[in-house]
Design a protein around this ligand. Structure first.
Ligand code: NDP
Ligand code: MG
Length: 388
């Protein structure tokens, strides 16, 4: 196997650091060629000293002098700024770009990477939520594979291996239900940031952990599944499975259901996206069924977890509506993390933003930029008012 040169956008995050572990475990196969961060500069410096990439980028330019100075004794190119992220992914030596940045900020560098013909290992689901149609068109034009990293979509992707000729009846995304699965509405009203950040099964960045608690993450994954696997909304189901052992399932036209199982550990889907279509031997902990004898399943409750219903609504309406939901969600999650909005009020602000923002049925790239700005402005104003 030829060594793949990998650019990790967001190497200091939860997915980024686990991706570096995968690379470190398979030095013959993979090289960390580019590492990037936003403002955790010390962690980026440490990663660069360990992995010796060709280049590093810090999005927040204020940290550039410190980064450059700290790496001055090494032959590592050092860049700063959002534009540098878009340029670095075009480097002709890069084989694959792992999009492990969080939020809307991942969209533009992903577009640049696709245009430069790079294979994409996609963790940044917001890119497909905001602009799935555009990303699919670009990927087709440039003959670039979009390899899912999200555990549910990796599971579906693994179930589809060898099934090219066989139409899918539906996919079933599993959801852990998060820390508030069994909470009453009254308990949700009093839910704190600390409680929401305590995910039962996965260690992730703060934003996706809140999205998991509110089930917006699952809503986004429904939209992500549509674009990755070419499905209609009615073909995408969600089932709550608190043990997070079945990562998702595919039902074919003969009624047969295939599932992918394993311990909740993102290093496996990251590795599969890197090694696809091959599987690489690894030393990750193995699932032992004797230690998890019970697998249970529940219907998701879209009354207590309204975000899931809002995401389905956005998917049905299409156009720029998912982009509106994403922007409003980024605003309310940041506010929740500052203790400025209650847990259930996050959904109210998102719904009010959906009602007020300009709907565009066939958005182009510039429309997404405008929509994102408008929806953020609206959501911020709605948050400040008391009438939502
Ligand atoms: P983290 O918050 O842990 O990490 C985010 C990374 O992106 C960090 O390296 C951060 O840099 C960088 N970053 C953040 N904002 C910007 C910006 N504006 N410009 C450039 N870089 C930026 O997030 P996760 O690793 O948890 O998640 C990353 C993505 O993967 C998300 O889209 C998430 O939905 C998805 N995902 C994550 C899973 C998980 O298990 N964590 C599972 C499935 C999907 P810095 O450290 O300097 O802030
Ligand atoms: Mg997931």
């Amino acid at each position: 196997m030829i060594q793949k040169k990998i650019a990790i956008l967001g190497s200091t995050g939860s997915i980024g650091t686990q991706a570096l572990q995968v690379i470190q475990a398979h030095p013959e196969q993979y090289e960390a060629y580019v590492l990037t961060a936003n403002h955790r500069v010390d962690q980026l410096i440490a990663q660069a000293r360990t992995h010796r990439p060709e280049a590093v980028v810090i999005a927040d330019e204020a940290h550039y002098p410190r980064l450059r100075e700290a790496l001055a004794d090494l032959p590592i190119k050092v860049y700063a700024g959002a534009q540098a992220l878009c340029q670095i992914v075009e480097d002709s030596a890069i084989d694959l770009v792992l999009t492990a940045m969080v939020g809307y900020a991942g969209l533009k560098p992903t577009i640049h990477a696709i245009r430069a013909g790079k294979a994409i290992a996609l963790a940044n689901k917001e890119t497909l939520v905001v602009a799935g149609e555009l990303i699919n068109c670009l990927a087709q034009t440039h003959r670039v594979p979009i390899l899912p990293v999200d555990s549910e979509h990796s599971a579906i992707f693994q179930c589809l291996a060898g099934e090219l000729e066989n139409p899918v009846e539906k996919v079933i995304l599993t959801a852990s239900g998060g820390p508030f699965r069994t909470c009453s509405h009254a308990q949700l009203c009093a839910a704190t940031k600390a409680e929401a950040l305590r995910h039962p099964n996965w260690e992730m960045g703060a934003k996706i952990t809140i999205d998991s608690a509110s089930m917006m993450n699952k809503g986004f994954e429904v939209i992500e599944a549509k674009w990755l696997f070419g499905l209609q909304p009615g073909q995408i189901e969600v089932v709550v499975h608190p043990q997070s052992i079945i990562h998702s399932m595919v039902q074919f036209e003969d009624g047969s259901i295939k599932a992918q199982l394993g311990l909740p550990d993102m290093r496996l889907p990251i590795q599969y996206a890197f090694s696809y279509p091959r599987r690489l031997k690894n030393e990750l902990p193995r699932l032992d069924f004797r230690t998890c004898p019970t697998l249970t399943f529940e219907q998701p409750d879209t009354t207590r977890f309204r975000n899931l219903a809002l995401a389905y609504e956005a998917l049905q309406r299409g156009g720029n509506m998912p982009c509106i939901v994403n922007a409003a969600n980024e605003v309310v999650v940041a506010a929740f993390l500052r203790d400025e909005v209650s847990f259930p009020d996050m959904s109210r602000v998102i719904a009010a933003t959906m009602a007020q923002a300009t709907y565009l049925p066939q958005p182009q790239y510039d429309d997404y930029v405008q929509t994102d700005q408008e929806a953020r402005r609206l959501a911020s104003n709605i948050l400040k008012s008391t009438s939502f």
